[in-house]
Design a protein around this ligand. Sequence first.
Ligand SMILES: Nc1ncnc2c1ncn2[C@@H]1O[C@H](COP(=O)(O)OP(=O)(O)OP(=O)(O)O)[C@@H](O)[C@H]1O
Ligand SMILES: [Mg+2]
Length: 595
Amino acid sequence: MKRINVLNEETSNKIAAGEVVERPASVVKELIENSIDANAKVINIEILEGGQKYIKITDDGDGIYPEDIEKAFMPHGTSKIKAIEDIYSINTLGFRGEALPSIAAISNTTLRSRISGNDIGSEIQINGGNIQYIKEVGCSLGTTIEVENIFYNVPARQKFLKSSQREAALISDIVERLALANSKISFKLCSNGKVSLKTFSTEKVFDTIRTIYGKNTSDNIIKFEKHNDIASVHGYVGNAEISRGSRNNQSVFINNRYIKNKLIATAVESAVKSFYMINKYPFFVLFLDMYPEYIDVNVHPTKAEVKFQNDREVFKLVFDAVHEAMRDSLRGSFEFEIEQSVINLNETIPEKLETIQLPMDFKHNEKEIEVFYEKPKEIIKEPFKNKEIIVTKALPTIEKVAKFPELKVIGQFHSSYIIAEAFDELYLIDQHAAHEKILFEKYTKEIKENEVSAQILLTPEVIELTSEDYIFYVENKEICKSAGFFIEEFGENTIKLSEVPNFLGKPQLKEFFMSILENLKRLGSGETYEVKYNKIASLSCKAAVKANDVLSFDEMRALINNLRFLEDPFNCPHGRPTIIKMSLMEFEKKFKRIQ
Ligand SMILES: Nc1ncnc2c1ncn2[C@@H]1O[C@H](COP(=O)(O)OP(=O)(O)OP(=O)(O)O)[C@@H](O)[C@H]1O
Ligand SMILES: [Mg+2]
């Protein structure tokens, strides 16, 4: 065994700093949280080179007393708690008194601040934990902090940083989450001199979601809300159209603190599963408010996790809130539950029911919450023939299996819905959703097999992009190409679109391509090809389908026959039902012929 050394203060401070400051984004998070705790209404963030070179946060909050400015940088210097009991009734984001000393230990930090009532403010400069000066300065009300050269004195940590673009993206991500949790505060983020995010003070989370994620997202979200004795939950959950291949678009805020929580994510995902069965993760923004004594926030150095006193109760509250909201939003003008009829129609025999893995002590087999879901369909039962066909994944025969009986077309309603019948059942088909789904399956198959048939445009579309969008275009160039969009570079930040998929027709190509780019951008760089292709395909198919078409009987029959043999004819690419049905018995009940 080697001899024991007692570490000097500088070394131990650097080690302690590592717990709080992992990367520039953690500095930004801590500093914004301090501004929020100081009641700021406006918070501006500027970064250079992914924050590693320079971070500046300006707020118009309460400021720091001149006599306290040095204490703010002392380990355990905090104005937020006095004793350990206080953290169980905490309503600030900070409480450890560790962030500022940790940040100052590994960077060149300058902070200036002025409180109301004082004409003059004070400024402190610290390099690698050593105070350089404290002086009086003229400055506006509130606090400005500049953090330069992060990890300049801990080269080992620098190596773990990603490219400055990646680091900037991580900063942008954390600013977005903090902005979502604090709709009343205006945030502005500038990266290398360009504004990359700007939110406006509003009372409504919905508005902030729209500002951050855009219209396509806010058009596809459903509000939920529920309360019980110890907690209340509210927020928005997305439909299938905006679900994604990763959990990036899920935000959980507990008492307004952004945290990662598996239990809550599982509760939302389980609730959503009965409405759209796709292997993607739902978008959601969820706020859980509960009495601080029922949670422990002091279980993680960056406060990114919490522990609940009663996991089961939290799970149930979240599950019920989301489930009820989804169910209500899907309830159509018919009184019977569409959800039920779609599930009946899509009758499959799951090989075995699998229970969702719930963390900790949640008991899934307790009666009141059944969160079973079906395994991928390996055995398909044709409901009308009562015959089972076993289809293994590799067999192409899956396409040949009709998923519902041959239908006799009765007519068309509102130039939008096909009315048809088979046996004792009435079927209503949303012709646009059905058409979209047929195109979607065909197109995604063509992409997979590298056989997209494209049309050459007589006049190519020249599109000028912002430099940010151009980066995304370059990143996704190959994906666009194999999806049938042939593009060439055409001068600085400008591209020329000369071929598009055949079925697309001639929509507003420029706007359409920009919306593809916008959507890819929102998916982020980390997504798989499949998720990106699915996005392009669902956008394209939506664009290709015309609304309100009068169809001939032949056209209606052809549409239904195409639909019958799809892999999944029952849902459109955005997860909405394509077919609903009603049995004779249901009719007779409605007309009170039978009880
Ligand atoms: N932007 C700010 N405006 C006003 N006061 C601030 C600001 N930033 C920091 N302070 C003061 O400095 C103190 C130390 O900040 P620091 O972030 O180190 O600790 P904390 O926020 O109390 O706890 P934590 O380590 O959990 O973040 C705070 O308690 C607060 O009084
Ligand atoms: Mg703090």
